[in-house]
Each structure stands twice: as C-alpha cells, then as structure tokens.
Design a protein around this ligand. Structure first.
Ligand code: SF4
Ligand code: SF4
Length: 73
C-alpha cells in the first residue's frame, strides 16, 4: 500500500522559490495566497490526502522550511 504523508511549511522561512511544487509527484503543493512578512507568498500544502510521504519537497527546499512525516494509511 502506498505511504501517506503530511507536510508542514514554515511560511516565514519560505522564500517562494516553488522548487517544492515542481518536485512533488502528487501535485499537492501550491503557491499560497497570503503574504508573509518578507513579502512573498509561501507554498502551501493544498491537497493533503494525496501526499505519499516521498520527502522530495523536504530535500529540495533551500530554506529548510518543510517538515514531512508519515501517517497511518
Ligand atoms: S522549496 Fe522551500 S523555500 Fe521554496 S517554495 Fe518550497 S517551501 Fe518555500
Ligand atoms: S512528501 Fe512528496 S508527495 Fe508529499 S508534499 Fe512532499 S513532495 Fe509531495
């Protein structure tokens, strides 16, 4: 059975490069619509039920803004 995961994005650390969005095989990350205090729009975890806990997003993030954890399927 495929793994399931959850992702937390620290919106203040995120610099809105969106590498994580491009790296996600499940298309569950998206550009957010709320400005952070640095004046960028942090990525958000938008369709959580499709996350497969691959950690691609965690690995590509240059700002260590992403935490991934596996949840029971
Ligand atoms: S890779 Fe990191 S810094 Fe870039 S948009 Fe995603 S969370 Fe933000
Ligand atoms: S852990 Fe994988 S599937 Fe889940 S949001 Fe990150 S890149 Fe996408």
């Amino acid at each position: 059975m495929a793994k399931k995961g959850r992702v937390k994005i620290d919106g203040e650390r995120c610099k809105s490069c969106y590498l994580c969005i491009r790296a996600c095989p499940s298309g569950v990350l998206a550009a957010g619509e709320t400005l952070n205090t640095s004046g960028s729009y942090p990525a958000v975890f938008a369709a959580g039920e499709k996350c497969v806990a691959c950690a691609n997003c965690y690995e590509v993030c240059p700002d260590a803004a992403i935490t991934v954890w596996e949840v029971p399927g």
